[in-house]
Design a protein around this ligand. Structure first.
Ligand SMILES: *[C@@H]1O[C@H](CO)[C@@H](O)[C@H](O)[C@H]1NC(C)=O
Ligand SMILES: *[C@@H]1O[C@H](CO)[C@@H](O)[C@H](O)[C@H]1NC(C)=O
Length: 432
């Protein structure tokens, strides 16, 4: 299958030739807007007098900032310093404002994403995050003639927040939707009114999909040429239950941050995809399926009001995962051992569980990936849907591995959307 496609990567190796070819016709490209994975977006912060540092030591540290914007996420130097990390974590955490019914920063902390509109603010400048945070994808696009700020744009988001159910207050997501809408319109206008290709990876998919679903249909049809969603399943993934369980007992500064933010709920396995008969967490006394999530969260130690927040803000959102009704291609890895069941035999959720593996991309379960075909593909409103499943490809490999990247880029460049088969390329690996 892959051999029938334009062989882009060999071209990339012959960069000088290709550069010339690309730069003579840059106008032929559709503008691309990228939404990266969680924690790939960076955040800046500014402190006001209302901020109360958690310790005298932190107070001394914060004096340096003197009312200026500074890099809150991610400053590895500070996070690696045990004296400073708790100070940073205190500013990174969110609190739930019961009056407003919404999550917000700690009083006295203002935040904004770094470089909205550009891909330069992604954390890909850290070698360890280059592949995961679209570094190689951006490079490959630039080698094809894409230019940051001209026809290539980044839509970083505050990864601590999450899209929530309609009717629930969420200032962060409302504001993000407005900015992304303006960015898409600008990208299109600046490129001869060509509609935009929206490309997301992992957590970015939730933001992109909900952004689309809340935009008026005529707007979507006018402005979005193609939505390419990489490595996002229709129903979250099992391993995330461990993330939530561990941040309750873990007392490290960053675990405190994770615990405080609503995005800790976003990719929890959803009852839309995982059935009532499949235990995802097993203990001696009780098993938990995706339908028992509130009971699991309570057993893991989350206070009752937070469990309620999951039920009112996040669960309806997960159940509402639906077709964006613009041409959509989902591209996922499959055939990589993936946690399918977590065994906490003694019911101690603070300990590492024993893991039973099944199929998926190493993080997202195949059940969640396959459900895209029904949830999006079978929606009668969805006119063009294609699912590409790459055997043996892991979660971040979909946007960084040579073969997968070639496939991804050929989809980004796709000109026409004639529906042949909606579900291609699924080659199940016989034995894991
Ligand atoms: C990270 O923190 C260190 C120490 O506080 C500071 O010197 C440096 O400028 C910060 N880096 C960024 C990118 O703000
Ligand atoms: C939990 O599920 C396992 C199978 O995964 C089953 O063998 C066991 O009996 C179940 N335990 C309870 C308490 O229901």
């Amino acid at each position: 299958m892959a051999t029938q496609l334009p062989r882009l990567l060999p071209l990339l190796l012959f960069l000088p030739f290709f550069h010339i070819a690309a730069s003579t016709s840059p106008s032929g490209l559709h503008p691309v807007v990228l939404l990266p994975d969680t924690t790939c977006s960076q955040l800046e912060a500014r402190l006001t007098d209302a901020y109360v540092p958690p310790s005298p030591q932190c107070a001394a540290h914060h004096k340096d900032h003197d009312g200026r914007w500074f890099r809150l996420w991610k400053n590895t130097t500070e996070l690696d310093d045990p004296a400073v990390a708790p100070c940073v974590a205190d500013q990174l955490r969110l609190v739930f404002d019961h009056v407003a019914g919404d999550y917000r920063n700690v009083p006295g902390v203002e935040t904004r994403v770094l470089d909205f509109g550009s891909t330069r603010g992604f954390l890909a400048d850290e070698p360890a995050n280059r592949n995961r945070c679209m570094g190689r994808l951006v490079e490959a696009l630039e080698e094809l003639g894409y230019r940051d700020g001209e026809n290539l744009f980044g839509a970083p988001y505050d990864f601590r927040q999450s899209p929530v159910a309609l009717g629930q207050p969420c200032r962060a997501f409302s504001r993000y939707r407005q900015r992304l809408r303006a960015l898409v319109e600008h990208a299109s206008r600046a490129n001869g009114d060509r509609p935009v290709v929206l490309v997301s990876h992992s957590e970015g998919g939730y933001f992109a999909l909900e952004f689309l679903n809340r935009s008026p249909l005529p707007w979507r049809r006018r402005h979005i040429k193609h939505f390419v969603m990489a490595s996002t399943g229709a129903g979250g993934f099992v391993r995330f239950m461990e993330v939530v369980a561990s941040c309750v007992s873990d007392v490290s500064p960053l675990a405190r941050v994770r615990r405080s933010v609503p995005s800790k709920f976003t990719p929890l396995p959803s009852p839309k995809v995982f059935d009532r008969d499949t235990p995802l967490v097993v203990t001696r006394d009780k098993n938990y399926t995706a339908h028992d999530m509130p009971a699991f969260l309570a057993a893991a130690g989350l206070p009752e009001f937070e469990v309620t927040l999951y039920e009112t803000r996040e669960l309806p959102m997960a159940m509402n995962f639906r077709a964006p009704v613009v041409p959509t291609t989902c591209i996922n890895g499959i055939g990589v051992p993936t946690a399918e069941k977590l065994v906490y035999w003694d019911g101690n959720f603070g300990e590492a569980p024993e893991i039973v593996y099944g199929d998926g991309d190493g993080l997202v379960n195949s059940a969640s990936i396959l459900a895209l075909d029904t949830v999006i593909g079978d929606d009668p409103m969805q006119q063009y849907y294609k699912s590409i499943k790459i055997a043996g490809m892991y979660h971040a490999g979909v946007i960084s591995d040579g073969v997968a990247l070639e496939r991804l880029i050929s989809e980004i460049l796709r000109e026409s959307f004639v529906q042949d088969s909606k579900k291609v390329d699924y080659r199940r690996v016989a034995q894991l």
